[in-house]
Design a protein around this ligand. Structure first.
Ligand code: E4P
Length: 220
């Protein structure tokens, strides 16, 4: 079971690393835009070096095969642990599996992102992706059952002996983390505030406070 942080924010990553439960980090263009990082290619290089040897996924946004491959090569040159996120299809519906196989043959690991169906995740696995990213919240947005999809994909990846890890993104509630892992996810990538909520519990706080009072710790 792996937990990734879904953020480009180095300070949030720094906060979580000492707890020993973070196995990698993912980003996407929306998160990078929100972070207001100006020179994000340098920033991801610094982030990758900080978290190494854990993987950092960074997404390409080119419009065609050659653009995506060029972007990917530039990004991958920034650090050894950068994994290139390639959208499984283009906005026009063209498969980007050829980008994945080109990168794979150059030894650049791929995270196939924007997967919303079993077929997309399996095709990404066949194209050699290290991770197939299924977007849990977005499956739900369209009325689908993310749990059923994760169960299906995890079983098929195992049955056909693919080394591809099923990574679940688009986590929108703390309970999604447990539900995704329980359904067979290998990795969940979680926004830092969501991870904090997953661990918090009002009654744990009250219990610890009770123990402290009984141990003679004064109320603040
Ligand atoms: C994973 O890295 C995805 O890009 C991300 O979790 C998407 O989340 P959203 O659907 O909440 O935007």
């Amino acid at each position: 079971m792996k937990i990734f942080l879904d953020t480009p924010d180095l300070s949030a990553v720094e906060e979580w690393l000492p707890h020993g439960i973070i196995d990698g980090v993912t980003t996407n263009p929306t998160l990078l835009k929100k972070s207001r990082i100006e020179d994000w290619t340098s920033a991801v290089g610094a982030l990758a070096r900080r978290i190494g040897p854990r993987d950092l996924s960074v997404q390409v946004s080119g419009g065609c095969h050659d653009e995506m491959v060029e972007q990917a090569r530039t990004l991958a040159a920034r650090a050894e642990n950068i994994v290139i996120k390639v959208p499984v299809i283009s906005p026009e519906g063209r498969p980007n599996l050829d980008v994945m196989t080109t990168l794979g043959s150059s030894g650049i690991p791929v995270n196939a992102t924007a997967c919303l169906s079993t077929g997309q995740a399996l095709a990404a696995a066949k194209a050699g992706a290290r991770y197939a990213s299924l977007l849990w919240g977005r499956v739900g947005d369209e009325g689908g059952s993310p749990e059923c999809l994760v169960t299906d994909i995890a079983a098929l990846l195992r049955r056909h002996h693919f080394p591809t890890q099923l990574l679940i993104g688009s986590i929108r509630a703390p309970a999604d983390i447990t539900r995704a892992l329980n359904a067979g996810a290998d990795v969940v990538t979680v926004p830092p505030p969501m991870l904090a909520r997953w661990l918090d519990h009002r009654y744990s706080r009250a219990t610890v406070r009770e123990f402290q009072l009984d141990a003679g710790v004064k109320d603040e």
